[in-house]
Design a protein around this ligand. Structure first.
Ligand code: WTA
Length: 654
C-alpha cells in the first residue's frame, strides 16, 4: 500500500482551468475568502439563495454537540424551492427532466409539468393518509415518477426512505420496518440489461408473511405502471398510480415547514450487520446540496444539460439528481438503464443526443469503459461536454487521465468530489474555474468546510503526513442522526475524537506537500464495490444465516474494475461438505447473499476453507485474508492462535 501511495504522491501533472472557463465560472476564489472571514455568515448567504417562507434569524446552533441545528427558526418548503419558484420566475417551459428509458422510450418533462405532477401526487398522498412526519418508502426504477415521488413526499413534510431497486425483499423489509413506513411507492418493474426487472413482487414479499417482526406499518402501496408485467394485487392496500394521480387535483399550495424538519432517511452500510438510517433535514441539506452543485458543477441553468448517472437509491441520486439540480433549475438527463444496453456506447449516445455539457459519474464506470477501449466513445460526438465529475471512490490517475483525454477531449476540467451519505453534500473538491487539478487527488475542502488529516490520537499530521480524515467544523448538510439510534450516531462518528470535537469519516487520507488531500479508502470494515458501500459484517451475517455455513469472514480485495470486490472465506458444516461439491456450495452461497441483501453484495469469490485465522482472543484477522485474496505474500502471523492456519488456507485457495 505505502509504495503505491508514494507513487501517487509523486504525481506532478497539473491542469489549470482555461482562461475561457475561468472567466465564465460560477465558483470564484473569492468564495474561499468570504468563508474564511466568517464561515457562518457565508453559509447564511448561501441559504438565502433559497426561498424561505419565514426567514431565519439564527444560523448555527452547536451548543449541544454532536447535535447541530442550522437556520432553525426559518421555514421553507423543499419542493417549492425545486419546482414552483422556477415556474413563478417564468421558467416553467424549461425542461427539468430529459428522460430516456433503457429500451429507448423518451419523456421530456418541463418544470411546469413536473410541478403539476408533484402537486397531484401530494394530494394523492394526503388522501392515502400520509401526514407530515410520516415515512414513505420509495422503491422505484429511474423514471420521472421516482423524482416526483421524492418531491411530493417532501412537499407535504413527510419523510422519504428511498430503497435502491437492486436491493432484495429482505433488505427492503428491514428498511420499511426500521422506519415504520406508512406507504410504499413502487412500480411493476423497470428495464435493466434488456429485460424487465420486476419490483412489485419484492414489495409483496417484504410486506407479506411478516413473521415475528414489527407490526405492519404499511397501509398502502402505490404502484406505477412501467413494464406491464403481471403483478399480484392486494385489494384495499394496492393502488395504481395511473388511476389516482392524473385524476387528482393539481391545486396544492406548498406549506412551510421548519428548517430542521426531517426530509429523508437513507440507509447505508456501517461496520455492524444492521444498516444505519442516516437522517437528513431540510434547510441546511438543501442549502449545501444546491450550493455545491452550482459551484462545483458550474451550473448555468439557461444553457447547461447536466447528467449525473447515479441511481436515486444512493445519496448521490438524492443530492445531485433530485435536490441540487432542481433547486438550481437546471435541465438534466435521467436514464433508466445500464451503461451497456443495448450496446456498449449507450451513455455516449445519450451525451451526443441530448448535448450533455456536464457529466458526473463514478470511477468504476470510467474504468469499465477504459477496459472496453476508446473506440466505443470515439464513435460519438462528445464535444458538448465542458465539465466532468467523479464521485464514490478514489479515482486512480490513469482513469482520471483517460476520462479527461478520451471523454473530455483534453478540454474539460475534472472535479473529483469526496463526500458521504452522512455529509449529505460534497465536502472536498476542486472548484473547476479556480483550482489547478491533479489527477488522483480530491484536493481541497470546499469553501465553508473544515477538513483535516489526523493520527489516531487526533493530532494533525501536517503536509506530507498520512492518517484519518476528519471534519473539524459542523456543516449545513450534516446528518442529524441515525434514525431511532442517537447513541449509535455518537459512537460511530464522534466518540473517537470527542476531545477535539471532530467528525470521524472512516476514510484514510494523506496530505501532499501542497496540502492537497489524497483519499486512500476506508479504514473500517466497510467495503466500496463499484462505488457502493457494503459492510463486511452484513455479508458475513447473511452467510452464516445459511444453514450450510458454520463460520464466515468477508474481506474487500482490490479489483481492477470495481475498486474492491467481495471475497468470502467460509467454513461449511461437515454434513454439507459430505454431500456437495465445493463449487456447488460456493455457487449456492453466492446466490444466497444476492437474495439476502441484493446482487451488488454477491461475493466475487467464495473460498471454502477448514479454518479461519484468529487471534488468541478470537478475533478474525481479516488483514491476512486480504493478503490471500489479493494474491500477496501473507503478512505477519505471529499474533495468531495457530500460526499454521494461513498456510493451510493459502493452499486451499490455490
Ligand atoms: C468513498 C458517496 C475517494 C469514501 C457520495 C466515503 C470517495 C464513501 C470519494 C462514502 C472520492 C466517496 N474519493 N473516496 N471522491 N467519494 N468516496 O456514503 O470512502 O455511498 O467514505 O457516499 O465513499 O460512500 P457513500
Amino acid at each position: 500500500m505505502s509504495s503505491q501511495i508514494d507513487h501517487l504522491l509523486t504525481e506532478t501533472r497539473r491542469f489549470a482551468p482555461s482562461a475561457e472557463f475561468a472567466a465564465a465560472a460560477i465558483g470564484t476564489a473569492d468564495l474561499y475568502a468570504r468563508a474564511a472571514e466568517d464561515r457562518e455568515a457565508f453559509w447564511a448567504d448561501q441559504a438565502r439563495e433559497l426561498h424561505w417562507h419565514t426567514p431565519f434569524t439564527k444560523t448555527l446552533d452547536w451548543s449541544n454537540p454532536p447535535f447541530a441545528t442550522w437556520f432553525e427558526d426559518g421555514e421553507l418548503n423543499v419542493a417549492y424551492n425545486c419546482l414552483d419558484r422556477h415556474v413563478e420566475a417564468g421558467n416553467g417551459d424549461r425542461f427539468a427532466l430529459l428522460w430516456e428509458g433503457e429500451p429507448g422510450d423518451e419523456r421530456r418533462v418541463t418544470y411546469a409539468e413536473l410541478t403539476d405532477e408533484v402537486k397531484r401526487l401530494a394530494n394523492v398522498l394526503t388522501d392515502l393518509g400520509v401526514e407530515a412526519g410520516d415515512r414513505v418508502a420509495i422503491y422505484l426504477p429511474m423514471i420521472p415518477e421516482a423524482v416526483a415521488s421524492m418531491l411530493a413526499v417532501a412537499r407535504i413534510g413527510a419523510i422519504h426512505s428511498v430503497v435502491f431497486g437492486g436491493f432484495s425483499a429482505d433488505s427492503l423489509r428491514a428498511r420499511i420496518d426500521d422506519a415504520g413506513a406508512k406507504l410504499v411507492i413502487t412500480s411493476d418493474g423497470g428495464y435493466r440489461k434488456g429485460r424487465v426487472s420486476p419490483l412489485k413482487p419484492a414489495v409483496d414479499q417484504a410486506l407479506g408473511d411478516r413473521g415475528q417482526g414489527p407490526q405492519e406499518s404499511v397501509e398502502h402501496v402505490l404502484v406505477v405502471r412501467r413494464t406491464e408485467n403481471e403483478v399480484s394485487w392486494t385489494e384495499g392496500r394496492d393502488v395504481w398510480y395511473h388511476d389516482v394521480v392524473p385524476a387528482a387535483s393539481a391545486d396544492h399550495e406548498a406549506q412551510p415547514f421548519p428548517a430542521e424538519n426531517p426530509l429523508f432517511i437513507l440507509y447505508t452500510s456501517g461496520t455492524t450487520g444492521k444498516p444505519k438510517g442516516i437522517l437528513h433535514t431540510s434547510g441546511g441539506y438543501l442549502t449545501q446540496a444546491a450550493f455545491t452543485n452550482k459551484v462545483v458543477h458550474d451550473l448555468h441553468p439557461e444553457t447547461d444539460v447536466y447528467w449525473c448517472t447515479a441511481d436515486i437509491g444512493w445519496i448521490t441520486g438524492h443530492s445531485y439528481v433530485t435536490y441540487g439540480p432542481l433547486a438550481n433549475g437546471v435541465t438534466q438527463v435521467l436514464y433508466e438503464g445500464t451503461p451497456d444496453t443495448p450496446h456498449p456506447g449507450r451513455w455516449w449516445e445519450l451525451v451526443e443526443k441530448y448535448g450533455v455539457t456536464i457529466l458526473y459519474t463514478a470511477p468504476t464506470a470510467i474504468r469499465s469503459f477504459m477496459k472496453l477501449g476508446r473506440q466505443v466513445p470515439e464513435k460519438f460526438d462528445l464535444s458538448s461536454l465542458r465539465l466532468l465529475g467523479s464521485v464514490g471512490e478514489p479515482i486512480n490517475p490513469e482513469a482520471w487521465m483517460w476520462y479527461r483525454h478520451v471523454i473530455g477531449g483534453d478540454r474539460t476540467p475534472i472535479v473529483d468530489t469526496w463526500w458521504q451519505t452522512e455529509t449529505g453534500a460534497m465536502m472536498v473538491s476542486a472548484l473547476p474555474g479556480v483550482t489547478e487539478t491533479k489527477p488522483g487527488s480530491a484536493q481541497v475542502p470546499l469553501p465553508g468546510v473544515g477538513v483535516d488529516v489526523v493520527d489516531d490520537s487526533g493530532n494533525k499530521v501536517g503536509n506530507g503526513g498520512g492518517g484519518l480524515l476528519v471534519l473539524t467544523k459542523p456543516w449545513p448538510s450534516m446528518l442529524r442522526g441515525i434514525w431511532g439510534d442517537p447513541e449509535r450516531f455518537k459512537e460511530t462518528y464522534w466518540d473517537k475524537f470527542e476531545q477535539q470535537g471532530y467528525y470521524f469519516a472512516g476514510d484514510g487520507a494523506r496530505l501532499d506537500e501542497d496540502g492537497d488531500v489524497w483519499f486512500l479508502g476506508r479504514v473500517d470494515d466497510v467495503m466500496n464495490v463499484s462505488g457502493h458501500r457494503l459492510s463486511t459484517t452484513e455479508i458475513e451475517s447473511a452467510l452464516v444465516g445459511n444453514e450450510a455455513v458454520a463460520e464466515a469472514a468477508v474481506v474487500g480485495a482490490s479489483d481492477e474494475t470495481t475498486g474492491q470486490a467481495v471475497v468470502a472465506f467460509v467454513i461449511v458444516k461437515q454434513s454439507y461438505l459430505d454431500q456437495h461439491s465445493p463449487e456447488g456450495l460456493a455457487d449456492t452461497l453466492r446466490k444466497w447473499v444476492g437474495e439476502q441483501i441484493g446482487p451488488i453484495a454477491r461475493p466475487r469469490d467464495i473460498y471454502i476453507v477448514g479454518e479461519l485465522p484468529k487471534t488468541r482472543s478470537g478475533k478474525i484477522m481479516r488483514r491476512l485474508l486480504r493478503d490471500v485474496a489479493e494474491g500477496r505474500e501473507v503478512g505477519d502471523t505471529t499474533t495468531l492462535a495457530d500460526t499454521a492456519v494461513m498456510s493451510v488456507i493459502s493452499a486451499q485457495v490455490k
